[in-house]
Design a binder for this molecule. Structure first.
Ligand code: ATP
Ligand code: MG
Length: 755
């Protein structure tokens, strides 16, 4: 007579239970989305602890994100109590790698307090190395060099192990040499980059069999979630450590492999059975997450991929009220954001909490329209897995250029971009400018142009700086003559900023360029550069982090493993999703990875999934009539409901007839989308443009459109540092202002604007 199974096992289906109870030996769980793979891992850990087969510190559990690690800890605690809190080896590969390296730092030529470099640090370092080697960083961008090195690290290769011939293409055969130099430099700085956190432990284990042996026996059980997205280095790591006891359990889904572009190898799944003969292979087929409509739609879509291991999925969630997938269209991306926000508001009224709703986008540039809409509508939202749109580096850089053009006295902005892209200005030159500006209480841009009249700044720095100063003067003179979107484009071109990103071959560079295009596109709704900048200040100001309920906005890539009641998938248009770039670069394989991403998106939804597309989108600066994504065509008609606005083409124009269910709503209740889009562009009030300062070697206060910008007693003004205040006295270009917060100050009139 056996004892009754503990309750946490009772809640599992027989296959899940098999995966949990097969404690010893290798186990591979290969199963579709929402079948409980993560739940199996969590329960398995709880089970091992409950049986006393290992202490918390003897279990190694790898998750894909830190967030997933925290959630897993919480769930284990719910079963076995607080001992789960003491699981030091539950985390991402990078977190675990760091921990190992700190313990054995000397053995890999580091001190235990080594620093982990972020991307900016890495780039700076790469630049120094390229410069020292006399390699032109314009032809051979630092990011490209880092991408090459990272590729080797992801494959677990030290410079000595790189196969001969590789890296020849870079800088006339210098690729490998640069890897060595970069590596030496990191060591001398006592620093590691992200790739090292994987590579160095492998090197450590290989060179020190005793240390490897100690970890092999320390970790009695090893578990890995999202196994389909491990790279070669991670696989080597696991294989080394599991060699002895072979207690390695991995769970994954080949259909959700979406990081091929970052070196992940779905082949690791196939290799597992070869490297660990006799592995228990468990397939889970019952999906516990989604309604039958959602599941059918996702399964039908992914069946269009050829390179699959193949799985079936079913659900017992038979709910007669289950809603089919909704496919809807909007006039353009603003209308799409407006419509989705409206949908969110109405679902919220009917009882779905905001936390249970998510918008999953293909590219970060798509977030901008949603963030603007949410701020305007007062819908609380959070962006997960990356900065908000206006906080992204490239956006802040671009805005800094625009700000200095509009308001040359804005030193923070000037400082930000004075050497971005690099124009030969070292810290030394920047310090000179800052000091000159501070001493004479003038803006940095003006101080810079003064310095150019002296011999303080020489050589490359001088050329770079004088070009920049002249450019700002030119752009400023164009403020009134050119349409502001055009000027913005010119600024980014002439400053060399776009070229810098174009030359950059790293994986995120194209996304950054898209973000910039989106920024310029969004300006169209405003009448002038100053009006647009004011809007941005207001939006960023309203973006306080919400502690309470909020809609989630994130990329499809970041959404892996998560679930929500309601999921919105906007931007399903050819070229955007599937992404043109993915297809151009990787052909059929690229398209299949895009389709897996679509599969990941749909399967995040428990109850309702909305697929959306815009009829017009600006691609590469041109308005284009969007074609609905081929993925929409690949959805099964019987699980889809098309929502159409009567009166204009919508999806009907593209062939809604293929779908059985079409819900038409009349536009008589409200203005049709296209008309609203039209009106939006005309409605923006024309604002007075008052420009406090021009730079032509001297300080001149003038207004472009309406006479001199003289201030009078009683005028309300705004000062960058002191805030708002009232003018109390005027003497030439000096004002005495009673600031609301800072009190009475004397300032130069060019430093203030009308409040
Ligand atoms: P993904 O591939 O998206 O990562 P997954 O396979 O890891 O999905 P889980 O997240 O573990 O799936 O589970 C999906 C949902 O189903 C969760 O809400 C989970 O709690 C629930 N679930 C899993 N197994 C069971 C079960 N046996 N009984 C009830 N609910 C379950
Ligand atoms: Mg999971």
């Amino acid at each position: 007579a056996s004892r009754p199974a503990p309750s946490y096992l009772e809640s599992l289906n027989p296959e899940q239970r098999r995966a949990v109870e097969a404690i010893d030996g290798p186990v591979l769980v290969l199963a579709g989305a929402g079948t409980g793979k993560t739940r199996v891992l969590t329960t398995r850990i709880a089970h091992i602890l409950a049986l006393g087969r290992a202490r918390p510190s003897e279990i190694l559990a790898v998750t894909f994100t830190n967030k997933a690690a925290r959630e897993m800890k919480e769930r284990i605690s719910a079963v076995v109590g607080p001992q789960a809190e003491g699981m030091p080896w539950l985390g991402t590969f990078h977190a675990i790698g760091t921990r190992i390296l700190r313990r054995h730092a000397e053995l890999v030529d580091l001190n235990p307090d080594f620093t982990i470099l972020d991307t900016d640090d890495q780039i700076r370092l790469a630049k120094q190395i390229l410069a020292a080697e006399n390699i032109d960083e314009k032809r051979w961008p630092p990011r490209q060099m880092l991408g090459m090195i990272d590729g080797w690290k992801n494959r677990g290769l030290t410079p000595e192990e790189v196969p001969s011939g590789e890296g020849q293409w870079f800088a006339n055969g210098k690729g490998l040499k640069l890897y060595k130099l970069y590596r030496d430099r990191l060591k001398s700085l006592n620093a590691a980059d992200f790739g090292d956190l994987l590579l160095e432990p492998i090197r450590l284990f290989r060179a020190n069999p005793d240390i490897l042996a100690s970890y092999q026996s320390r970790w009695r059980y090893m578990l890995v979630d999202e196994y389909q997205d491990t790279n070669v280095a991670q696989y080597l790591w696991l294989r080394l450590l599991a060699q002895n006891n072979k207690n390695l359990c991995v769970v994954g889904d080949d259909d959700q492999s979406i990081y091929g572009w970052r070196g992940a190898e779905v082949d690791n799944i196939l290799r597992f059975e070869t490297d660990f003969p006799g592995a228990v292979v468990v397939r889970l087929e019952r999906n516990y997450r989604s309604t039958s409509h959602i599941l059918a739609a996702a399964s039908h879509l992914i069946a269009h991929n050829e390179g699959r291991l193949g799985k079936t999925l079913f659900t017992d969630l038979v709910d007669p009220d289950a809603l089919p997938l909704t496919v809807a269209s909007s006039w353009d991306s603003e209308e799409e954001a407006r419509a989705i926000n409206g949908e969110i508001e109405s679902l919220h009224k009917k009882g779905t909490t905001l936390d249970e709703m998510a918008i999953l986008v293909r590219t970060t540039a798509q977030m901008r329209a949603f963030e603007d809409r949410f701020v305007t509508a007062g819908t609380p939202y959070r962006v997960i897995g990356g900065p908000r749109f206006y906080e992204r580096k490239e956006i802040r850089d671009a805005l800094a250029y625009f700000r200095v053009t509009v308001q040359p006295s804005f030193d923070l902005a000037f400082e930000r971009i004075v050497n971005v892209p690099t124009r030969g200005l070292g810290q030394q030159s920047v310090r000179l400018i800052t000091e000159a500006a501070r001493d004479r209480e003038i803006p940095m841009l003006l101080a810079a142009s003064d310095l150019l009249a002296t011999d303080e700044i020489k050589g490359k720095a001088r050329t770079g700086l004088s070009q920049l100063v002249a450019s700002f003067a030119r752009w400023r003179s164009q403020l009134d003559t050119l349409p502001h979107t055009e000027l913005a484009e010119i600024i980014l071109e002439e400053s060399g900023y776009t070229d810098m990103l174009k030359a950059d071959r790293s994986a995120d560079a194209p996304g950054r360029l898209e973000n910039l295009k989106e920024l310029i596109r969004s300006m169209e709704d405003f009448d002038s550069l100053p009006a647009f900048l004011e809007h941005v200040s207001l939006v960023t100001d309203a973006q306080g982090e919400t502690g309470g309920e909020a809609v989630t906005l994130m990329t499809l890539h970041a959404a892996k493993g998560l679930e929500f009641d309601v999921v919105f998938l906007p931007g399903w248009e050819e070229g955007l999703f599937p992404s043109m770039r993915a297809m151009d670069e990787n052909g059929q394989a690229g398209l299949e990875e895009e389709r897996r991403l679509a599969y990941v998106g749909i399967t995040r939804a428990r109850k309702q999934c909305f697929v959306w597309f815009a009829l017009n989108r600006r691609i590469h600066g041109m308005w284009q009539a969007g074609a609905a994504s081929r993925f929409i065509d690949e959805l099964p008609a019987e699980n889809v409901m098309v929502r159409e606005e009567a009166g204009y083409g919508g999806i009907g124009g593209y062939g809604a007839s293929r779908f059985d269910q079409v819900e038409t709503f009349s536009s008589s209740y409200h203005t049709p989308g296209w008309e609203r889009a039209q009106r939006r562009r005309e409605d923006v009030p024309r604002r007075e443009r008052r420009l406090p300062l021009t730079i032509e070697g001297e300080l001149v206060a003038k207004s472009i459109s309406d006479g001199p910008a003289a201030y009078a007693v009683g005028d309300r003004v705004f000062h960058q540092k002191f805030g708002n205040g009232d003018v109390a006295q005027v003497e030439g270009n000096k004002l005495t202002v009673d600031f609301d917060k800072a009190g009475r100050k004397r300032v130069i009139d060019s430093f203030v604007t009308r409040a």
